[in-house]
Design a protein around this ligand. Sequence first.
Ligand SMILES: Nc1nc2c(ncn2[C@@H]2O[C@H](COP(=O)(O)OP(=O)(O)OP(=O)(O)O)[C@@H](O)[C@H]2O)c(=O)[nH]1
Ligand SMILES: [Mg+2]
Length: 446
Amino acid sequence: MSLDLDDTIVAIASAPGGAARGVVRLSGARSAACVARLFEPTHATTAPSVVTGQLTLPRGLGQIPARLYLWPGRRSYTRQPAAELHTLGSPPILEAVVESLCTAGARLARPGEFTLRAFLAGRLDLTQAEAVLGVIDARGQAQLDTALAQLAGGLAGPLAALRSRLLDLLAHLEAGLDFADEDIEFITPDALAAQLSAAAGEVTRLAERMRSRRDTSELPRVVLVGPPNAGKSSLLNALAGRNAAIVSEIAGTTRDYVTCQLVAEEQEFLLVDTAGQIDVHGESPLEGLALATTARQRREADVTVFCCEAGAFRFTHAPYDDCGSNSAIQVWTKCDVRQPPPDAPGIRTSSRTGAGLGELTRAIAARLHERTADAVVASTAARCGESLELAGVALARARDLVARRGGEELVAAEVRTALDGLGQVAGAVYTDDVLDRVFGKFCIGK
Ligand SMILES: Nc1nc2c(ncn2[C@@H]2O[C@H](COP(=O)(O)OP(=O)(O)OP(=O)(O)O)[C@@H](O)[C@H]2O)c(=O)[nH]1
Ligand SMILES: [Mg+2]
């Protein structure tokens, strides 16, 4: 990743493909000079930062209307002089604009380079830079909300507050060390232990908020499991509104898994039908394979929907040990024929009449919402897990030292280690490979 901030960089900033309007963005000292080589104002404006005019383009494209937005000082996203040209969103036109700007002295921006400059200028911390990516990649409202919260300082705020408290604590400890020969106590052991405990608790909470199971680039998987003939494939077809999976009265119809891309309350997900779980004894090789496939799908499930045929079982609870987990939904099928026991928990459905399908969709959406609420920060979590753990362990060791009346030098050293760990999360301490990992995932122009 180039840290050369003197170059003026340029890229198409609007989405790929044709659109009514396209945006070309520049950042760097020569932004205005580069633009002046191809843009000519046509209207006098009262606001010098927005100018209407036309672009003269090569390759016979001629003159195209455009509007220029200028940030001459440090008030831009990158805190550098910056410019945006808004014109017709036609890919050949936008490419010709970029080409002309490169001829005029700009260079093509690398992926994420605008956000990298914003980060290096202190406009964003690393967790917020990752949130920019989260906003770009958001699938559905829940992910967008979380990414925006992170961008607005959802993680950066508590992180900065925690680091500031630990820096104060370190200052007290170090002052104590400087005046070790005199009888001044800057902080009592009890107050020190209490503050270290509070900080360790805060690190744990931050780590929990960041924990997430998978990258957002994959759709979450909602997996239908249950005994053969329970009506899983019928449920998939009913939810999909088409015959995606084969249905028959013969138990063991589905042998492989079938998937369908669906939307529940604006959240996209993959609904996965699996083979019914047949008694393992006397299994054929095909059944063995079907079982293994189902087991893998269950492991990879973000939400598991346990299907039981109402009346066919004597269970008042679902016959699965992991049914009580947060991401599990219990469903009774074929309720048009028979009802489960009145006090049995679970959603009563019928693929034949459509009963309960709305309730099931809402339950799936709610589970997905809980799951995705943290998924946007998955990349932050992947990058920061180790550093946060390091910070948490150091704080725990510091607390132990205080309890055992260990020397304040040692406590101060542990607090410094914790601060280093937290600094890596915020990007106060960063290395080129961390920057590469974070910004390498961006698309060009952001
Ligand atoms: N009356 C009624 N019958 C249903 C309903 N859902 C499924 N069935 C019937 O139950 C039988 C089994 O349905 P499937 O959807 O193939 O069941 P499955 O769980 O996918 O079965 P396997 O693939 O063998 O594991 C079929 O004859 C369906 O017509 C329902 O809501 N009401
Ligand atoms: Mg089936």
